[in-house]
Design a binder for this molecule. Structure first.
Ligand code: NAD
Length: 500
């Protein structure tokens, strides 16, 4: 990595990683290796081992042992907090390295990757407070003969499976909360983007996390991922990814040990814009909501639902914003939208763009691959004349493709917004408080934004309604997900005999 100049370049040679087991690196050795090419540059950047089933079993056994002997859950919240705070420092110290490898494997702009890493520091700092404040409840109203206590206990060994769109951010929306609760874990990142998960394991180790508390196995979803979701020594599985694989996770839990599940799945998220909104702000927010991370966000605002009286003018304003977005080399500081992360995703997005046109939608902007000599890029794309039966209006595209549908009444806007199997996120843009509150109440989504979009932080939980998932990550809600509740009944004084 050339850090001396302001313009970063890809590495000369791919960086070889091992995987992280029981507090130490295990080199790839004679295992097969997955070579990842940077989607922004088309050159190999990392080499990641394909773990075997034996490796996975060893990682689960290590996490099991670390949980059962209480080397982590037996510590005070203050001691766990100290490790999480030291980890935050470690991430800050290695922020540039993390952002660089994140950008190379994922294709996102370096400035964005740096901001995400900064956000992850905040996750660890916030969760450290939760490690100390996590508590149960007491019942002093059960009569003089009884006292009731409800305790929270860590669930046990947690499997964490993450996707390729925010490899480090999504990981850090889970790991500090899992650790704050006292659980141990085995993480499996996407095979496309494993580097920063492995770096985090090393940072945690250096911060004093006991061996075995966090293990990382690498490899494909269909082999090592499937074995992890079926493993009967995993007590809880946090899965983030597609709804199709989420369904497999549910099946595998039912067929194995009924492991507890947290699921964060897909979305087809509405952006509702009323004529009385600050339309300049709204156009900027809508462009950001679908352009950010090349629309490869579970919470991308991919459906623009706009009041008919301003629909055409507003679509033109969004197209104007699209024109000005700086798409290009992810390693360039100035880039706002980078490369499409995988070849398969690139083909999927281009397929939807073709399908939109063949189904009769009108291409208002974009719709083409951008050629920068290397890498794969797609222009932000806007479709008008979209009807609710079209695939581009119903299915998650996971790319920079925005559809426009007009509405006439508040009820109609809400009905269009809810006309989807998903319920992950939604935004409303209006200066009318009644409309804002009506829409916020009635649109089914786990995250909601009023006159903004895609904002977030460690305090507010993340998760979906309907087929977008189960459970919540982050905030106090996130740490509670990784606990289970025990009711303790304590008799006071002499027992009333059952047998006289
Ligand atoms: P994916 O479902 O293909 O893969 C996600 C993870 O699951 C990867 O680590 C993959 O290796 C693993 N996996 C694949 N098959 C598996 C199997 N049979 N058993 C166990 N693990 C398996 O998703 P993706 O393509 O990496 O990411 C895109 C999808 O993720 C989109 O649908 C997006 O909406 C969703 N997503 C959701 C959120 C959220 O918070 N709701 C966040 C990011 C991405």
């Amino acid at each position: 990595m050339d850090q001396s100049s302001t313009r970063l370049t890809p590495p000369e040679e791919p960086r070889a990683f091992g995987f992280f087991l029981d507090g130490a690196w295990v080199p790839a050795g004679d295992r097969e290796v997955f070579e990842r090419a940077s989607p922004g540059h088309g050159v190999p950047v990392t080499r990641i081992p394909k773990c075997t089933h034996e490796d996975l079993n060893a990682a689960v056994a290590s996490a099991r042992q670390a949980f059962d002997d209480r080397r982590w859950s037996g510590l005070s919240g203050a001691d766990r907090a100290a490790v999480l705070l030291k980890t935050a420092e470690g991430i800050r110290a290695r922020a540039e390295e993390i952002a660089y490898w994140e950008t190379l494997e994922n294709g996102k702009p370096i400035a964005q990757a740096r901001a995400e890493v900064g956000g992850c520091v905040g996750m660890f700092e916030y969760a450290s407070g939760l490690a100390r404040s996590l508590h149960g409840d007491s019942f002093n109203n059960l009569g003089d003969g009884m006292f009731g206590v409800v305790t929270r206990e860590p669930v046990g060994v947690v499997g964490v499976i993450t996707p390729w769109n925010f490899p480090f951010l999504i990981l850090c929306e889970r790991v500090p909360y899992i650790l704050a609760s006292g659980c141990t874990m085995v993480a499996k990142p996407s095979e496309m983007t494993s580097a920063t998960t492995l770096i985090l394991a090393e940072i945690l180790h250096d911060a004093g996390l006991p061996a075995g508390v966090m293990n990382v196995v690498t490899g494909s979803g269909s082999t090592i991922g499937q074995a992890l979701i079926e493993h009967d020594q995993i007590d809880m599985l946090s899965f983030t990814g597609s709804t199709a694989v989420g369904r497999r996770v549910v099946e595998a839990s039912g067929k194995s040990n009924f492991k507890k599940l947290g699921l964060e799945l897909g979305g087809k998220n509405p952006q509702i814009v009323f004529a009385d909104a600050d339309l300049e702000d709204a156009a900027d927010g809508v462009a950001f909501g679908i352009g950010f991370n090349t629309g490869q966000c579970c919470v991308s605002g991919s459906r623009l639902i706009v009041e008919r009286s301003v629909a055409d003018a507003f679509a033109a304003m969004v197209a104007e914003k699209f024109k000005k977005i700086r798409v290009g080399d992810p390693l360039d500081e100035a880039t706002q939208v980078g490369a499409i992360t995988t070849d398969a995703q690139n083909a999927t997005i281009m397929g939807y763009i073709e399908r939109g046109q063949s189904e009769g939608a009108k291409l208002l902007y974009g719709g083409a691959q951008l050629d920068f000599g290397r890498g794969q890029y797609i222009a932000p794309t806007l479709f008008g004349d979209v009807t609710s039966d079209m695939a581009i209006a119903r299915e998650e595209i996971f790319g920079p493709v925005l559809t426009v549908m007009p509405f006439d009444t508040v009820d109609e806007a809400i009905a269009i917004a809810n006309d989807t199997e998903y319920g992950l996120a939604a935004s409303v843009w209006t200066k009318n408080i009644d409309k804002a509150l009506m829409v916020t109440r009635r649109v089914q989504a786990g995250r909601f934004w009023v006159n903004t979009t895609l904002s977030g932080g460690p305090e507010l939980p993340i998760g979906g309604f309907k087929q977008s998932g189960w459970g919540r990550e982050a905030g106090i809600y996130g740490v509670e997900e990784y606990t289970q509740i025990k009711s303790v009944h304590i008799e006071i004084g002499k027992r009333t005999p059952w047998v006289e």
